[in-house]
Design a protein around this ligand. Structure first.
Ligand code: NCD
Length: 323
């Protein structure tokens, strides 16, 4: 793997490879000393043009636990706010010797531009670009679902037969897009639930079914229900009448959680709007995997950085050449 830009073009083989290496990484994270020497001497740059708490910290923890040097670069307080272009920023990072660049950007396609521009030779990891994709989030979600289902026996397994229902602001969600592609590649059965105003126009081309009624969708007994944040910052119009009405029709509360099969899980990528798309008791219920997702995120990002920077460059090239 040279870059990790999306899940739409990620093969089943590469997805399972990342998930399986993440299992190995997770095992090391239960040890008293969590740090591995694997990426000693490598430099990982976190290039964040959009706000982030958990994703940035998660990549930082992942890189540090592999002994890489980490440079955190956030657009606020940098020359980007003085109008410096992505090209100039990238070339500066190249001159500093970055081996991997983890980029979050408000523009869909920015990581792809960085990876294919020739400005840098570093591997590029997409940490969320506009409303396009957020591949490591989908990988950590798939990892969490697989772990809950198969436990210690997860390695090598895909998600055939697993029903996942993704609920809420699909329109603005790169998490939903990355999950739809990855989950379907892994064989899961994906249902999307949203108010009609929050369904993207091109959704009929996605490998997922659409429902508008949450109670109907939950009655089908999904194995995982993934709630999405209402992305108020990306909304320039009214997409639903009131927050109260949204919660009543599309919010997950204790009653809806109780209607699910006993082993179904409740997921959310964070940050949560408690009381809007998810009630506090649903978010904190024993069914909720929110904090497991955060913990698994570090293992999955360790795996991605490892595969980009250390692991498989040669074998991957050899595999590519053999195709
Ligand atoms: C998501 C994001 O930034 O796309 N959050 C995250 O990475 N943990 C989802 C969101 O912001 O709602």
């Amino acid at each position: 793997m040279r870059h990790l830009l999306d899940t739409k073009t990620l093969s089943r083989h590469d997805a399972l490879r990342i998930l399986d290496v993440a299992e190995d990484m997770r095992d090391t994270q239960t040890r008293e000393i969590k740090k591995l020497p694997t990426l000693r001497g490598k430099t990982v740059v976190n290039l964040f043009f959009e706000d982030s708490t958990r994703t940035r910290i998660s990549f930082e923890a992942a890189a540090k636990r592999l002994s890489a040097d980490v440079i955190n670069f956030s657009a606020k307080g940098s020359s980007v706010s003085k109008g410096e272009s992505l090209q100039d920023t990238a070339q500066t990072l190249q001159a500093m010797g970055a081996d991997a660049v983890v980029i979050r950007h408000g523009a869909s396609g920015a990581p792809q531009t960085l990876a294919t521009s020739g400005w840098i030779s570093a591997g590029v990891v997409n940490a969320g670009d506009g409303t396009h994709e957020h591949p490591t989030q989908a990988l950590l979600d798939a990892f969490t679902i697989r772990k809950r289902r198969f436990g210690a026996d997860s390695r090598g397994r895909d998600l055939t037969g697993v029903a996942v229902t993704i609920v809420g602001d699909i329109l603005h969600s790169r998490v939903a897009r990355s999950n739809v592609w990855l989950l379907s590649t892994l064989g899961a059965d994906v249902t999307l639930v949203a108010p009609p105003t929050l369904v993207p126009q091109d959704v009929s081309a996605w490998p997922a079914r659409i429902r508008y009624d949450l109670d109907d969708a939950l009655a089908a007994g999904p194995d995982a229900v993934m709630m999405l944040r209402i992305q108020l910052e990306r909304m320039n119009a009214a997409y639903f009448p009131t927050e109260r009405e949204y919660s009543r029709r599309w919010g997950l509360d204790a009653r809806r959680v109780a209607s699910l099969p006993a082993d179904s899980i409740v997921m959310h990528p964070g940050p949560m709007n408690r009381g809007l798309e998810i009630s506090a008791d649903a978010a904190d219920s024993p069914r909720s995997t929110v904090l497991e997702q955060v913990a698994n995120g570090v293992s999955v990002r360790m795996a991605a950085l490892y595969l980009l920077l250390a692991g498989e460059r040669d074998t991957t090239n050899a595999e590519e050449a053999a195709r």
